[in-house]
Structure formats: structure tokens, C-alpha cells
Design a protein around this ligand. Structure first.
Ligand SMILES: Cc1ncc(COP(=O)(O)O)c(C=O)c1O
Length: 387
């Protein structure tokens, strides 16, 4: 199911960063492939050659909607093409009413934008409650206890950016729906590393951007909205690309599209669309189920190796990736030390983040573990002293 060594070598040869770096930072930015570079060049070519080929460009934008919808097993009209995950979340937040159900229940390990957007809705009546984790995890039971008839929505990270732990999405969605609450999944730290069937996950909304595991550039994200919710939500954050017919050019007519397009706003980010399309296609061709198996083995190998060195992980021992977070005394300095050795990782607070994708190899894991062994003074041991 996972990739053979020769398949990994072939995939890796398409990502030039590996010529000089051990790249383990897809949780910040996916590596650049030949395909994505060609996609960007194709956009430049189209601009240079034709000046303003808007018909072709809008076709690409619709193609991106379709390709992403297929990738997550959604219907095309359930997907909005937006400039960032924040833009998608804001559109939904602005369209919700908090009068009869004011509560927003979310975990403390959400990406900051998720907290900030819902906190900003307090002036419109939202009451935000944060759930605390135990050992860097928040169980489905904790969510189930907190969600009640006053709960409007549960924003939920699929994999936390800060500890690499995975939420029990299906169980939490069931608990929310049992009380009539909605679920908004933030799939940014996961989407691209495994098959997704968004209908089966049972969430009402999902957001993900292209710059990490979807292998694209910044400046493009997708919002999924469950079919039957689309017509019930009328976002006041809007624009001409949210209309039934953007090319009616009528400022006196606001006629939101009947599709999820109504959650969009202005001119789509065409260069990013050209690039991102190539990234998503590369992943689809590589087969998400195989990527999942590959990433799980790499993550397992790293966690086991780190524990053998006495390094504690924030990510659970049975973590399947793509992100593994290790506890460090001075994670930011360790990032710099490893960068000098051409190993690219990142840090958040006291966590060192190592992330895997289809292009990483078992040698990458060995290399980073060897570097950890050389710099154990940056880690915290199980007893709290330096490992
Ligand atoms: C889980 C998660 N959500 C959201 C974002 C960022 O979203 P946006 O596209 O609004 O910048 C990130 C980026 O690091 C993330 O890790």
C-alpha cells in the first residue's frame, strides 16, 4: 500500500528542495514540485501571450472548484474558491445568527485564526467557550459534555498545528448534531495526506488552504458547505464573484449564487489557481490512500526513535502524522541549529514540528533523529531535565 523506495525516489526527484535540504516542514509550506512550477509558468505564459484571457482564466477557476470537490468527494456546487481559510470561515461566521443559539464551542488547540474570527463575533452575540486539553488532546467525550442546545457551532481542527494530534471528527460531529449544532472542520493540517470523503465525515463546513499538504502556493483556499445549508445562509460579506451571474455587471442587483459560490467575494486569485491545480492533481495521481500509509510509517518511525532518545512528544505515541511535535526546551533555537545542517523544520512555542508528506523518505527520519542525538541538550527528558 505504501510507496516502494524507488517510487519515493521518483516522487522526490520532482521536488528540487531535496537536492540540498532534508525538508520536513510541509506543516508550514509544501515543497515546490515541477508540476506546480509549470502551472505557475503556464499562467505567466497565458498572460504574456494573450494579455487578458479572462475566459480561460475563469475556466481554470471553475476547474479548481471541480478538482478540489472531487478530491474531498463533495459535489462541485458545495465548494467555494476563496483567498484564505480565514476568508471562508468569516463568510460563514458573518452569515450565522447567534440570538437563539449563542455558543461557539472550540478546543484550545485550534489555529489562532479560528479563535480570533469567532471571538470577533462576540459583538454580534456569540459566546465563545474554549475546551482545555489533557496531554495535548481533547476527547470526543469532552466535546460531547460541553455541547448543548445553546451551541450553534463547533469549529474543529482535524490535526492540530501545535501538537499534531488528530480530532475524533466523526464522533464529535455526531455529538454536535445530536444537539442541533453545526461543525466546521479545519482540515488545513491534514488535507492532501489521505483520502477524504467529506460527506462521510459528517461535517457541515470544511476549510483548507493550498499552501501546505496540497502542495500549492499561498493565497488560495477552499470552503465546503453542506448542500442543504447553502441556501439557508446569506453572508453579508460578499462581492461580485458571489453572485448568480457575476458578469451581469449590475450594482443595483444583489443575487447570491444558489451554490457555495455565494461564500466568495472578489476576483479569484488566478495565478494561485493555476499552481494549486497542478499540486492537487499530483496528489490525486499518487493516490491519497498510499500517501496516508507512507506518512503513517514515517511518523511512527520518528515517534519511536524520539522516545528511544528520551525525547518527549506532544503528539500521541500512536500518531499517524503528517505532523509530529516534540517537546523542546528551546524549540526556536533548535530550528536554527538544524537549519545550519540543512534540515528544515519549524517550531511553535515549546514544540518542534516535524512533518511528513509523500516526498519524505525513511532516510529523512534517520537523518533528523541523528541530528536530535547530536543536540539532545535542546530537549526535555521525561523527568523534566535535559535528555
Ligand atoms: C490549521 C490551520 N488553519 C488555518 C491556517 C491559516 O489559514 P489562512 O488561510 O486563513 O491563513 C493554518 C496555517 O498555518 C493552519 O495551520
Amino acid at each position: 500500500m505504501t510507496f516502494s523506495d524507488s517510487e519515493t525516489t521518483a516522487i522526490r526527484s520532482r521536488f528540487k528542495v531535496f537536492d540540498t535540504k532534508t525538508y520536513l516542514n510541509s506543516c508550514s509550506q509544501g515543497a515546490l514540485s515541477d508540476a506546480v512550477e509549470s502551472g505557475l509558468n503556464e499562467y505567466i505564459e497565458s498572460w504574456r501571450k494573450y494579455g487578458s484571457p479572462w475566459e480561460t482564466w475563469t475556466e481554470k477557476y471553475e476547474e479548481a472548484r471541480k478538482v478540489f470537490a472531487d478530491f474531498i468527494s463533495a459535489d462541485d456546487d458545495e465548494v467555494a474558491v476563496v483567498a484564505s481559510a480565514s476568508a471562508g470561515i468569516n463568510s460563514i461566521a458573518s452569515a450565522l445568527e447567534f440570538s437563539s443559539r449563542p455558543k461557539v464551542i472550540m478546543g484550545e488547540f485550534e489555529f489562532p485564526t479560528m479563535g480570533q474570527i469567532w471571538l470577533a463575533q462576540q459583538r454580534r452575540g456569540a459566546r465563545v467557550e474554549f475546551l482545555s486539553g489533557i496531554d495535548n488532546q481533547i476527547s470526543a467525550e469532552t466535546y460531547a459534555k460541553a455541547i448543548d442546545e445553546d451551541t450553534l457551532i463547533v469549529p474543529l481542527t482535524q490535526v492540530s498545528f501545535v501538537n499534531g494530534n488528530r480530532s475524533d471528527v466523526v464522533a464529535i460531529a455526531q455529538a454536535a448534531h445530536a444537539h442541533g449544532a453545526l461543525v466546521m472542520l479545519d482540515s488545513y493540517q491534514d488535507c492532501g495526506t489521505r483520502p477524504i470523503d467529506v460527506h462521510r465525515l459528517g461535517v457541515d463546513f470544511m476549510v483548507s488552504g493550498t499552501l501546505k499538504y496540497l502542495l500549492g502556493p499561498p493565497g488560495l483556499a477552499f470552503l465546503y458547505v453542506r448542500h442543504d445549508l447553502i441556501s439557508k445562509l446569506d453572508p453579508p460579506i460578499t462581492g461580485w464573484f458571489a453572485q448568480t451571474d457575476p458578469f451581469a455587471f449590475n450594482p443595483k442587483l444583489h443575487s447570491p449564487s444558489p451554490a457555495a459560490k455565494r461564500f466568495e467575494a472578489g476576483t479569484p486569485p488566478i495565478p494561485n489557481i493555476y499552481a494549486a491545480l497542478a499540486g492537487i492533481r499530483l496528489l490525486a495521481e499518487a493516490e491519497p490512500a498510499r500517501i496516508e500509509a507512507h506518512v503513517a510509517r514515517l511518523a511512527g518511525q520518528l515517534i519511536a526513535g524520539a522516545h528511544e532518545l528520551g525525547i518527549q512528544t506532544k503528539t500521541a505515541a500512536d500518531g499517524k502524522g503528517p505532523l509530529v511535535v516534540l517537546k523542546a526546551k528551546d524549540a526556536a533555537s533548535l530550528v536554527s541549529v538544524l537549519a545550519e545542517e540543512n534540515i528544515v523544520v519549524s517550531s511553535r512555542h515549546d514544540g518542534l514540528r516535524v512533518s511528513f508528506h509523500l516526498y519524505n523518505s525513511y532516510e529523512d527520519v534517520d537523518r533528523v533523529l541523528a541530528a536530535f542525538k547530536d543536540h539532545l541538550e535542546y530537549f526535555q527528558s521525561a523527568t523534566g531535565s535535559a535528555a
